[in-house]
Design a protein. Structure first.
Lengths: 157, 259
C-alpha cells in the first residue's frame, strides 16, 4: 500500500509557476468570487527580481510569504471545481496539491478490437500514490493558477 | 487560456537567475506563438502581414517541425489544416517544444536534477532527491484527482492527450471527426516535442494510434480506452513504478473483468 502524499518538505527545491500561452479552449474559467488579479499571460507568481510580492524561486526568507499551508480559492470551471493547497516553507512554495479537480464522465464509443504483439491489455486502475508530477492535466490550468494565487495572497497575510 | 508551466529545480547550488532566464524566454515564446495575441508573430503571419522571414527565427524552426510531423503522421498532425479560418496554428507543438527548450537551457546552466511541467507535458532529469527516481503520475482520465499509472525514471519526457479537459478538442485534421475510441493517450520518450505531437496525433488516430506510436523508435504508448481498459507497450511497462507492476500482475490474474 502506498501512502498518500502529505505535505512534503523540500528544502532545496525551487518551484516557480507562471501562466503562459494562449491556446484554443471552449470556455474560460470563471471565479466564484472576485478573483485574484490575474490577467492572461501574467506570471503567477512573477519570479521577476525586485518584486517583493513575488516568491523568489531560490531559498530566501525575503519572499514575503509566511510559512504554512494555505488553501486556495475554489474556482468554478465548466467541468467542475478547482481548488488547491499551497505549502510555504522557508518563504518558498514547496508544494502545490489539488484539493478539488473536476470529474468527467467517459464517453460512449465505438470499440475497435486491436491486437498488437507488443501491447499489454489490463483493467484501468485508479490510484492515489505519492508522485512528484502529473502528466495530462491541462484544461484546468487557469483555474489552478487562480487558486494558487489566492493561496499566496493568504500567505502574505 | 493560460497554461501553467512549473519548473521544479533540485540543484541547490544554482542561482535563481537560471529560472528567471527560463521564464523570461517562455514569455517571449508566448509573445511569438500565441494565436490570441493580435501582434504575435504567428498572428501577423496568419493575417499575411509578415512573411516567415520577418518572424523570429524560432517560428521557422517550429513550423519546420510541424511539417516533419505532418508527413510522419500522414496528415493527422497538421498545423495548417485544423483551424476554421485556415490560418497556421502550431499550438499543438509549441508547448512540448518550449518545455524541451527550457530543459536544454537548464542543462546548459549546469542543472542536472529537475522536473518541468508544461501544462501536463513533463520532462525530468536526474533525481528529486538522492536515492530515488522521479515519480510521474499519469492522470486518470475519469477521476481527475487519481492517477492511472505511475512511472519511475531519471530521464524522460512524457505527454498525455485526452478528451477529458477541453472536450473533443483533438481532431483528425484529415476528417475533422473527434477521436472517441480513447479516453487518453500518453507517450513517453526522449523528446518532449515529439512525445507531445505524437500524443496529439495518436489520440486523434484512436486505437490505431497506439500501435503507430509503438512503432516509433524510442517512443512508448500508454492508452486508456473508452471501455476503461489500458493498453501499453513493453517499453512503457518497463518504466512503470515497481510496486505498480506487481499490482498490475495481480489485478490481471485476479480481476479479468471488463467495465
Amino acid at each position: 500500500m502506498i501512502p498518500t502524499r502529505a505535505a512534503v518538505a523540500i528544502v532545496t527545491t525551487a518551484i516557480a509557476v507562471v501562466l503562459l500561452f494562449s491556446f484554443k479552449t471552449p470556455a474560460q474559467a470563471r471565479p466564484r468570487t472576485p478573483a485574484a488579479d490575474i490577467s492572461q499571460g501574467t506570471a503567477v507568481p512573477s519570479p521577476s527580481p525586485g518584486d517583493s510580492s513575488a516568491p523568489s524561486p531560490t531559498p530566501s526568507p525575503s519572499s514575503g510569504f509566511k510559512d504554512g499551508i494555505y488553501t486556495g480559492q475554489d474556482v468554478l470551471t465548466q467541468f467542475g471545481d478547482v481548488q488547491v493547497k499551497v505549502t510555504i516553507s522557508g518563504g518558498q512554495i514547496t508544494d502545490v496539491q489539488p484539493l478539488q479537480m473536476p470529474f468527467d464522465r467517459p464517453r460512449s464509443a465505438e470499440i475497435t478490437q486491436f491486437a498488437g504483439p507488443r501491447l499489454h491489455d489490463e483493467v484501468l486502475q485508479a490510484q492515489s500514490a505519492q508522485i512528484d508530477v502529473l502528466s495530462g492535466a491541462t484544461y484546468t490550468s487557469d483555474a489552478y493558477a487562480q487558486s494558487v494565487q489566492a493561496a499566496l495572497d493568504h500567505a502574505h497575510g | 487560456m493560460g497554461t501553467v508551466i512549473s519548473i521544479d529545480l533540485r540543484d541547490a547550488h544554482l542561482h535563481d537567475g537560471v529560472l528567471d532566464e527560463a521564464f523570461a524566454w517562455l514569455r517571449q515564446v508566448e509573445q511569438r506563438f500565441s494565436p490570441f495575441i493580435a501582434d504575435s508573430d504567428i498572428s501577423r503571419l496568419g493575417r499575411g502581414e509578415w512573411t516567415l522571414e520577418q518572424c523570429h527565427p524560432d517560428v521557422a524552426v517550429v513550423l519546420s517541425l510541424c511539417e516533419d510531423l505532418r508527413q510522419a503522421t500522414n496528415g493527422v498532425f497538421n498545423a495548417w489544416g485544423w483551424r476554421a479560418d485556415g490560418r497556421v496554428d502550431p499550438s499543438g507543438l509549441v508547448k512540448g517544444w518550449a518545455g524541451e527548450h527550457v530543459a536544454e537551457m537548464l542543462e546548459r546552466a549546469g542543472a542536472a536534477n529537475f522536473c518541468i511541467n508544461a501544462g501536463g507535458d513533463v520532462i525530468v532529469r536526474g533525481a528529486p532527491e538522492p536515492g530515488r527516481a522521479w515519480r510521474i503520475g499519469i492522470r486518470h482520465p475519469i477521476h481527475a484527482a487519481a492517477q492511472a499509472a505511475v512511472l519511475e525514471t531519471h530521464q524522460l519526457a512524457v505527454a498525455t492527450s485526452g478528451g477529458y479537459e477541453r472536450g473533443d478538442h483533438i481532431i483528425d485534421a484529415r476528417g475533422g471527426a473527434p477521436s472517441r475510441s480513447l479516453l487518453s493517450l500518453t507517450v513517453a520518450g526522449p523528446s518532449l516535442t515529439l512525445a507531445d505531437a505524437y500524443a496529439t496525433a495518436g489520440f486523434a488516430m484512436g486505437m490505431a494510434g497506439v500501435e503507430w506510436i509503438a512503432a516509433q523508435p524510442g517512443y512508448e504508448p500508454y492508452a486508456v480506452t473508452a471501455e476503461g481498459r489500458v493498453r501499453y507497450s513493453d517499453g512503457f511497462g518497463v518504466l512503470l513504478a515497481k510496486e505498480e507492476r506487481e499490482v498490475s500482475a495481480t489485478m490481471e490474474s485476479a480481476l479479468p473483468r471488463r467495465r
